[in-house]
Design a protein around this ligand. Sequence first.
Ligand SMILES: Cc1cc2nc3c(=O)[nH]c(=O)nc-3n(C[C@H](O)[C@H](O)[C@H](O)COP(=O)(O)OP(=O)(O)OC[C@H]3O[C@@H](n4cnc5c(N)ncnc54)[C@H](O)[C@@H]3O)c2cc1C
Length: 399
Amino acid sequence: MTKQYDVAVIGAGAAGMMCAAVAGQRGKSVVLIDHAGKLAEKIRISGGGRCNFTNLGATPANFLSQNPHFCKSALSRYTPQDFLSLIKRYRIGYHEKHKGQLFCDSSSEDIIDMLKSECELGHVTWRMPCAVDAVGKEGELFRLDTDSGAVLARQLVIATGGLSIPKIGATDFAYRIARQFDLDVIAPRPGLVPLTFDGAGWQAFAELSGIALEVEVETGVKKQKGYFLEDLLFTHRGLSGPAILQISSYWQEGAPLVLNLLPQIDVAETLIEGKSTLKKNLGNLLAQWLPTRLADGLLKANGFDGAARIADMQDKQLRALGQALNGWSIKPAGSEGYRKAEVTLGGVNTKELSQQSMMANKVPGLHFIGEAVDVTGWLGGYNFQWAWASGVAAGNALN
Ligand SMILES: Cc1cc2nc3c(=O)[nH]c(=O)nc-3n(C[C@H](O)[C@H](O)[C@H](O)COP(=O)(O)OP(=O)(O)OC[C@H]3O[C@@H](n4cnc5c(N)ncnc54)[C@H](O)[C@@H]3O)c2cc1C
C-alpha cells in the first residue's frame, strides 16, 4: 500500500537521522529509509569506535569545497556547542583528545542511541533495511519505489553519503539522483586516505614500516595549498598517519608532497655552523634527532655514508642533506582508494543548492545533506559537524 508523508529521508546515517529528528520534532510526518541491515555503521566505526563527534574549533576554513563560502551559513546556525548541548542532555561522557577533537568516553553507540531517541521524539517512521529502486515525480509529490512498497512525499532529502568504505553499504545513490534531476556533481574522489608509493626510489623506505614522527607536510599552491603539522606513519605500501590523511584531501594526482621531517631544526644551518664543534659522525648525529632506523634509511636513500664525520664534509653536501630532511619532495603513486578513505571529496555541486535549506534551486522539495554534498572536512570531527549542521539546516527548512 502506498503511504504518504511530508518528508522522506533516504540514508539513516549521521546527517539523515539528524534531519529526520529535527523535521519530526517540528511536527512533520517523516519516513527514514536505509538499505543497510545495521543502523549507522559509519558512526559506529568512527573515531576508532569512540566517534570523534565534533571539533570545538570548527570553522569554514576546515572544509574543502569548490565554493568555500557555502558551508558558512549552516555551520554558523548549528555549532559544535549546539551538538555538545545535546550530548550533555543525554549525559553522554566525552573528552577532548587533540586540537579540539571531542570523543565519546565509552562508545560510538551512545551517539547512535541518542539520534535514535531524537527520531523517536519526532515520531519518525523507519523503513530499514529497505532498498529504493526508483525515484520519480507524481505531480507535486516525490514517488519512491522501494522493495517494501511505494512511498509518496512532498519533500525528499538525500542523505546517502559518499563512496567511502563500500563494504558497509556506501553507494553512489546521491550522485545518481542529482544527475537524474539534472544537477551538477563535482567528480568524487577519496579523501582522508593513506597514500601509496612505488618504484625503485621507494624501496629503501618500505623497510621503515611502523615508524611514526611529527612532520610538516604541504602540497599545492595558492588557494589549493594544504599545510599540516601532524604525525606521519610509514607503512608497507606508503605513508599514512594524520599528516598524510589530512594532506591527501589536498593532493592532486601527479603532484609532489613536501615533507619537513625535522620541523624544529634547520638541518643545513645546524650542521654547517657546528662543523668545528660537532664531533660525531652523520649517523650518530641524526640518530639524536630521528628514530635510528629512519636516520639510517634516510642516509642510505640519499646516498650518504652514516660513518662520515661532519667535520670532513663539504658545505654543499650538508646543504643537500638539509634539503633531504627539511624539504623532502616525494610523488605519491596513488592512494588506498575508497576502501580505506574516511571521506569522499566532491559530490553535489553547492551552486545547485540553497545554503539556507540545502534544497536544489531548480527542483523544489529535493534536498541534499551531509557527505553527499561537495563539502568535505578535515580529519578531527569536522565531517560529523557538517553532517549535523547540514541535517539541522534542512530539517528546520522542510515545510
Ligand atoms: C573509518 C571512518 C572513521 C571516521 N571517523 C570520523 C570521526 O571520528 N569524526 C568525523 O567527523 N568523521 C568521521 N568519519 C567521516 C564520517 O563518518 C562521515 O563524514 C559521516 O558519516 C557522513 O555522514 P552522512 O550522514 O552524510 O553519511 P553516512 O553516515 O555515510 O550515512 C549514509 C547512509 O546512507 C545509507 N545509504 C547509502 N546508499 C544508500 C542507498 N542506495 N539506499 C538507501 N540507503 C543508502 C547508508 O547505509 C548509510 O546509513 C569517518 C569515516 C570513516 C569511514
